[in-house]
Design a protein around this ligand. Structure first.
Ligand SMILES: [Fe+2]
Ligand SMILES: [Fe+2]
Length: 259
């Protein structure tokens, strides 16, 4: 079955055209992760955000918005976001934590109008957007267990905590349609292509276990720059790796989903 047919059967269709069609209640979501905005870089996302504003109703950003989590990087992204005329919702990634300025980075992005989620839900156009960064830990029966040194237990506790924050946010959803936004991957399928040695650092099945306790329209994540676009949780929820480096049906850095 073609991917688009499978999506239609699940109540969601993937969009590959670049124009809006209104009036049927469908919400068009452009999703991209891992912009890694850098100080002094020549790259501007203004043009891309302008294009997204014409193609979609909402822009979703799946973390690693800045390269080193520097306040100036967040300011540069905030300036580029002025070119985006649709609502922007998303999460931070591990890179956004690197320099210890996560509060400043978050404040700058929120002042620019972004709905920055960290264990909350926000409703836009009758779609519930649930966002949490997630964490490492690995997948399936090979997940890192809470055993041994306190440092290992702290790492697993952080992974469990992110899954619990996702669960708490999911319980607050009141909409029929839900998009889960993560930075870390919830399944191994969409990180395939990365070196197997680093799979445990690319995400955690604990996120998928939580997702599968609810009904969601789709899940997007980033972080695995060399992964693949599409997969499913064990419970059947559609998962999309929207890191900008990933080849997508749009042929553009962003994915277009219809929910
Ligand atoms: Fe990244
Ligand atoms: Fe990342």
């Amino acid at each position: 079955m073609p991917a688009s047919a499978a999506l239609e059967n699940s109540g969601m269709t993937e969009r590959t055209r670049a124009s809006k069609t209104d009036g049927n209640g469908v919400v068009r979501i452009a999703a991209v992760g891992d912009l890694h905005v850098e100080e002094g870089a020549q790259t501007s996302y203004r043009e891309l955000f302008g294009e997204v504003s014409r193609a979609a109703d909402i822009l979703v950003l799946a973390g690693d918005l800045t390269n080193l989590g520097k306040p100036r990087e967040a300011e540069l992204l905030a300036e580029d976001l002025r070119a985006c005329s649709v609502p922007v919702v998303g999460v931070l990634g591990n890179h956004d934590y690197e320099s210890g300025f996560v509060e400043e980075v978050s404040a700058t992005l929120r002042q620019a109008g972004m709905h920055l989620l960290d264990g909350q839900v926000t409703e836009l156009m009758d779609v519930g957007f649930v966002g949490v960064k997630g964490f490492v830990g690995g997948f399936g029966p090979r997940m890192l267990g809470s055993f041994g040194e306190p440092a290992i237990k702290a790492m697993v506790a952080e992974s469990v905590s992110e899954a619990m924050r996702l669960e708490n946010a999911m319980r607050q959803v009141r909409t029929k349609r839900t998009l889960v936004i993560l930075h870390y991957a919830p399944i191994p399928e969409t990180v395939a292509g990365e070196p197997p040695e680093i799979f445990p650092f690319l995400g955690s099945s604990r996120l998928a276990e939580t997702i599968d306790r609810f009904k969601v329209s789709a899940v997007v994540h980033g972080h695995a720059h060399r992964g693949v676009y599409e997969g499913r949780t064990p419970g059947g929820a559609k998962v999309y790796n929207v890191a900008m480096h990933i080849a997508k049906p749009t042929g553009r850095p962003y994915a277009l989903l219809e929910i």
